[in-house]
Design a protein around this ligand. Sequence first.
Ligand code: 26V
Length: 827
Amino acid sequence: MPVASCPVHGLDADDLSCSIREHVAHSLGKRGQEAGCRDVATAMALTLRDRLVDRMLETRDRYRESRAKRMYYLSIEYLLGRCLGNNIYNMNLQGEMAGLLQSWGFSLEEIREHERDPALGNGGLGRLAACFLDSLATLDMPGCGYGIHYEYGLFKQSIENDRQVERPDYWMAEGMPLQLERRDQAVIVPLYGRVEDHQGPDGGYLPLWVDWQDLVGVPYDIPIVGYGDRTVNYLRLFAAKSTDNFNMQIFDQGDYIKAIHQKVYSELISKVLYPSESISFGKELRLVQEFFLVFCSIRDITRRFLKQNRNIEELPEFTAIQLNDTHPALAVAELMRLLVDERRVPWDRAWNIVTRTLAFTNHTLMPEALEMWSVELMEKVLPRHLQIIYEVNRRFLDTVRASGVTDEAKIRRMSLIDENGGKQVRMAHLAVVGSHSVNGVSKLHSELVKKVLFPDYAALWPGKFNNKTNGITPRRWLYKANPGLSGLISEAIGEDWITDLDQLQKLAPLAEDPSFRERFAGVKRAAKAKLADYFAKTTGIVVSPDAVFDMQAKRIHEYKRQLLNAMHVIHDYLRVTEDGYVPPAPRVYVFAGKAAPGYFEAKEIIHLICRLSKVINADKRASDWIKVVFAADYRVSLAEKLIPAADVSEQISTAGTEASGTGNMKFSLNGALTVGTLDGANIEIREAVGAENFYLFGLTTPEVERLLGEGSYDPWEYYRKHPEIRRVLDALSAGRFSPDEPAVFHWMFEKLLSRNERYLHLADFMTYLDAHERIGMEYANPDVWMRKAALNVARMGGFSSDRTIREYARDIWGIKPFPPKGAAPRA
Ligand code: 26V
């Protein structure tokens, strides 16, 4: 067909209006006057999609012509959040769109509320992937994401009788207008079966993977527009469908029911996102999901590469693949299989290609989150891959021995196969051995990755290990989420900060200017008033925007210590009601976060917070001073409402447990002051914003290591010594917040006082109280507080994910920006 030139997809208000009305008529089949909010939202999304697709094709051609090296990000999770508003802001169409909507009797905000969050991730790891996609596109870098098109995203959380209840999240209920289905690029995926040993024509070993079952991966592309609409990359998500030919075979054998059963099983594979990491190990379906992602991605990547008439040996020159944690670590074995079995590349050369192409990021030190798959299960699902893993291991251990290592215990520790008990494949070892780069996500974490997780590997390959401190995209987390603050910033220093966050430094002198501080305080107060309205509407709880908004929003995990925060709430409440204490300022304690459905302790922590909220909010003696809100169903769109309104950000994990954190960055960038431990990226945030603008407390990592290592932690000592601790724990165990079930929280008392309490709550409690004392005092002096808050904003430029992506591009991927003709590369 001739190349179409499509001048119809213009960006001025008339063109947009025309397109939206056109889509209401021809995509939705409705008259303009029949169109409600949802229809308008869909028509707007389709209108933007038309333009995004044009730009996406242009981007693709640009990369092709420049023979650009590309990066592919493999991640089993992406926490994108709503797309409509993000696309509008990144295309700078908010003025035009708001104007149009107003003329039709709608507001942009109400329209945006109609979009469901695509919640295809659990937390930090998936959200980081989404921030990275935004930065890659903004920096005009050839990088796109691969993932799974789950039918059900992370469960929706509601609170019933003070407890978490999970409901399925059928996020596409109203369709997903932005995505493009690419049936023509579907991939056939083999699974199960067995390996037959054969000889190839060259006399070499030729294994044949036979009797496999197959299913189809159908790609859906979601365009990812960078700021300023210069580059549109995409996120490619694969949905599992059954193949007709496979079913036909069984049908022909006369087993109709079995055929249908197979069809249902095939489509189960992309049905649901697993809601937590630990309990999914050993679950066959999860292993199949991981392989499905890997197979579809590697097939797609190599197919595109070979289409350009290139030799497969050149793959690493033109391709970088980043493994987001170990979930896609099977890529090591799959790429080997493709090279050795399908393309007949000799093993050593194939291995060279694999290790130069792949790189691996670790995101957690928690031992229970380290993936292992039983050899038995892998043999059943992926017999050829298991063979390859064994061969990789054999050769690897030979080189370890050849390097002079004779200590058999060390060799057992380094093996890809864990033989303590049933044999299991260590996915982290597979990823380390198969990659040229292994990185952690904050300075501290990257050190601990070497020291705690992979000491033997770090000694063998010191140059492989590196740090890439996480970042967040300022487009979503400041420009779009906080129009009040971003307007104030742009007025003061211009708009360049949106793509060059270091510009925020220019705000530092303004922190000394009383009139700027006053406007800054006004912006914060307006955000708090708006959130107060939201709380009143959704929970019935009335809070004052003049109180300190103290927030902890993240997954509920014992190591993140929401319980420490809850203990402080109890302490505060008892002081006010029993000691007649008058705090320097009222507080609203806000909690938000989901607990994995099978995680008893985490769910009971939510239960406790909800009980505290009931008891405290209803107690007349306290309710002028203290309110507790549990904001249900934490997700990207809720984070965008909470974060601009925070005064205090709770980042209180036990030192050495939180890999980085990214919520910590979002809060500080929006002018909240952190109360935090020396953990993850908190350390770097504190260095950046200045120790005097950060409320530090708690043990350091070496102190924690010592206490836990020696087994010398004795919580009873703290209980006996500190009446504050005694009072809080006794209130908990006496059922003070649960009169109907007086014993429900007793386990917390027991656990907090147990010698093997891993997170050292009581050891950090008193210094945590001190930090909160300082917060109360300093908040009461708005000049002091607002200066600190403004300096936090001014000094957070280094935590833009643009910085992180540039570091990955330079140190690991070897990719460069390809801006459109005539456009200068980003600063
Ligand atoms: C999973 C589990 C499951 C079993 C119980 C313990 C546990 C602990 C952590 C995890 C999370 C695994 C991956 C993850 O989401 N890591 C997060 O990655 C973020 C982006 O790098 C980082 O900011 C967070 O600190 C890190 O927890």
